[in-house]
Design a protein around this ligand. Sequence first.
Ligand code: GAP
Length: 464
Amino acid sequence: MAAPNIDTIVSLAKRRGFVFPSSEVYGGLGSAWDYGPLGVELCNNVKQSWWRWIVYDRDDIEGIDSSIILNRLVWKYSGHEATFNDWLIDCRKCKARFRAEKISDNKCTSCGASDWTEARPFNTMLQTKLGAVADDDPTALAYLRPETAQGIFINFLNVQTTMRRKLPFGIAQVGKSFRNEVTPGNFILRTREFEQMEMEYFVSPTAEHSKLVDYWVEQYVEWFGSLGISRENLFLYEVPEDDLAHYSKRTVDIMYRYFPEREKPWEELMGIAWRTDFDLSTHSKNKVDAEGKRINPDSTEDLSYFDEPTKQRFYPHVIEPAVGVNRTVLAVLMDAYSEKTNDKGETRVILKLSPQLAPIKAAILPLAKNKPEIVGMAKAIKRSLQPVLRAVYDDTGGIGKLYARQDEIGTPFCVTVDHQSLEDEAVTVRDRDTWEQERIKVADLAEHLQKRLKPYPVTQPEVV
Ligand code: GAP
């Protein structure tokens, strides 16, 4: 079972400290969310899992961390200044504003009228000004990046030469991106500030690009599986030619069933695009158009690559898997959501997070909080586990309540210290999903838990 709708997760997330509406004390700020004590752990675990899988487990990918604010010319030549638009349309009757592509039956969802203005472009890059400058000084204009990808392209040569890389190889980056979305909403699905995990995989112009797109689609489906996202809640969408971004020759979106209650349940979780050689050539000083004119008179570098075996110089093509951290977190939470009824007929929420993502791996619970020896032993176990796994101590309720609380936030193991523990140096380990209990010696506890917390493996076939 997965969550029946996003609202179920919004309520759980707020109740249990995963995600709070931002700026609530001033009435909130539409579309902004703050990650609480458990949310920040979950986000970090998603990002760490991705980084381990994409950078450490492979031999062909390097990581970087580029600036959020780049030279404005990056966005001129990447095409974002000219084309990173949403098309806006207003209802003349009630003045409500929509993205033109979202109007399906020509009726305003606010008032029912069908009297529209012409659609007009609205650039969704968020602007800022650099330095102590006059309000109207156009040279001070800068953008908060709308994708992390451009920071990778402009560093292509730096990484390739310093790390002595040969094609094919990739560069990965995780970080914040910003878009002045016209209609943000649906919790953390569409916000103006969000986080991306992007990887640009550089290959020869003669590589089998379409096969490489398929390769990365399969890899990501497997990786999502390792995070506990079930295959049946994913849908592969081949983006039609006339919907492709200006740089793409082929894009496959991996969609998630974010709206199980709707007739159209799918929304984009990520995209895998063949970006051709567009980005590296557009930022290069030597690239010329059909008439032999430099396409970029502002660039001081040439981001081409010399291929030793063929003795040829060219601009590498790029396959780009781009995934949102926040959308991954939402999919993970929705998929992990389940309910279970106990012996007393009470329904409990159990968040079946994959162990590697769970914010807390083990909760150490004393059975009698007024017994100093038991409390002391439980606290000592917590401290001894902490260097190897995230553990908490909790004595703020009866044992039933404590178990229920940990189940609801996805803690895989509860470790109970009781009177007998003082005698036999052993504790009870309770499994979140089965509620089965096992007696384990304190000396073996760390190893026992670590074994059961191992991430699910992802296979890595050779790149095609
Ligand atoms: N570099 C390519 C690129 O940025 P994209 O499809 O526009 O492609 C990639 O974005 C991913 O970033 C999306 O699939 C989604 O997961 C995430 N994303 C994009 N806009 C977002 C927003 N406003 N809020 C949350 N996540 C967003």
